[in-house]
Design a binder for this molecule. Structure first.
Ligand code: FAD
Length: 263
């Protein structure tokens, strides 16, 4: 049952949709086949939500969230779905942003959170590899440390939107531990790095969502590491937890903190 405050909130959302969720965007929303809607519609809808201050409802208010309750977030998501809003390209909003708020360094938060909110940066996810899908601990794309940088060589696959994104987060093999989950490191990589190439994979309908990404000695500064070296498995698990639990980081946790020990 809806309360009076629910009704007031929904009226606010409806008024905004009336003005901002234009017929072209609704059409793009209805036509969504893949993980996100057609990219231009995503960009426009993202910009309008950002201008309204509603682009990251589940982030803590101190980092650009709305301060809505879980119920309000649910009502908002429901209204988006009922009204055919475009499905955003949301790797930064849903996955990386919450992880950086919780586990990133001050410098990483300062550098990356703003462009995620504004839509300037689009992030793709570099987890899967040709030999590491369901068995993700088999990741073998290697990052070798030379001083203050990692040199990355190998490949990632099924990378949704790698051709649209300007940045990638992912896990890379930095050591061969006794357990395969040990020795992975979580890195942030610029897609225009020398040595990085994106090769499209078309699906059976001829649509281009997926890619294979190749790394040939791609240099990644150590500052672009999230969490400790060799501890990328914990970071990847935490990222998935955040993305799948309505991406609410623990707001009190602004310094690197222990992640749950789940293997
Ligand atoms: C729409 C979509 C978007 C994606 N986007 C990304 C992305 O952006 N970035 C990214 O990193 N990855 C992405 N992926 C990849 C995805 O996250 C999985 O890693 C990948 O689909 C699974 O790996 P695979 O395709 O190699 O299948 P495999 O791991 O080879 O599995 C093939 C089949 O075997 C089954 N199987 C596997 N192991 C076992 C076992 N031990 N016992 C019984 N059955 C088993 C599986 O259930 C499956 O049916 C995406 C996938 C999809 C479908």
């Amino acid at each position: 049952m809806r309360s009076a405050s629910d009704e007031a909130f929904l009226a606010l959302v409806s008024a905004f949709f009336e003005e901002a969720l234009t017929p072209d965007l609704r059409q793009a929303g209805r036509q969504t086949l893949g993980v996100h809607s057609q990219i231009e519609a995503c960009r426009i809808w993202h910009a309008r939500l950002f201008a309204r201050g509603w682009i990251a409802p589940a982030w803590p208010a101190a980092w650009g969230g709305t301060g809505w309750s879980a119920r309000q977030r649910f009502l908002f998501d429901r209204q988006c779905a009922l009204n055919d809003a475009p499905v955003l390209f949301a790797g930064g909003l849903r996955s990386l942003g919450p992880l950086l708020i919780e586990q990133g360094s001050d410098a990483q938060r300062a550098r990356y959170l703003g462009p995620i909110l504004s839509g300037k940066d689009l992030w793709c996810q570099g987890f899967s590899e040709p030999g590491a899908g369901s068995d993700l601990a088999a990741v073998s794309c290697r990052a070798v440390r030379h001083g203050e940088a990692y040199h990355v060589s190998g490949t990632k696959i099924w990378t949704t939107g790698a051709h649209l994104a300007n940045r990638m987060f992912g896990i890379f093999r930095t050591a061969d531990g006794e357990r395969r989950q040990h020795g992975l490191t979580f890195l942030l990589i610029d897609m225009d790095s020398p040595g990085l190439t994106v090769s499209p994979i078309l699906d059976l309908a001829g649509q281009h969502d997926f890619n294979q990404v190749f790394f040939d000695d791609v240099v990644v500064p150590v500052d672009n590491r999230v969490g400790a070296e060799h501890d990328g498995w914990s970071m990847a698990k935490r990222l998935m937890q955040l993305a799948r639990a309505n991406n609410t980081p623990r707001p009190w946790c602004v310094a690197p903190c222990a992640t749950p020990a789940i293997d």
